[in-house]
Structure formats: C-alpha cells, structure tokens
Design a protein. Structure first.
Length: 59
C-alpha cells in the first residue's frame, strides 16, 4: 500500500487558501470601486413603483 503524500495535500490546501483570499480581495476592491452600494440596496432598486403614503390622498 502506498503512503500518503502529506506534502502534496498541504500544498493543495495552501493553494486553495491563497486563491480564495485573492478572490475575496478582488471582490472587496470591486465593491470599493463601485461605491457604498451594498447587496440590500440593489434589492430595493427593483422595477416596482414606490409605496405611496395613504395620508397624501386625504389632502
């Protein structure tokens, strides 16, 4: 039976960790470049009409 190659496994984990960190950094820089808009703000900007105040019709 072959022995496990722990060095290879460790290197693969390190590469995956490095790639994930690079992706997060890229996403963070993109968010910073596009302004202070967050995910919740994009959901609020739907095509639905704005809610009207019911008191506005009584005047």
């Amino acid at each position: 039976m072959a022995t496990p190659n722990y060095g290879y496994e460790k290197r693969q984990k390190e590469l995956a960790k490095k790639q994930k960190k690079a992706e997060k950094l890229k996403e963070k820089s993109e968010r910073k470049a596009h302004g202070p808009m967050d995910d919740n703000a994009t959901a609020d900007m739907s095509d639905s009409p704005p809610a009207q105040d019911p008191r506005a019709d009584q005047a």
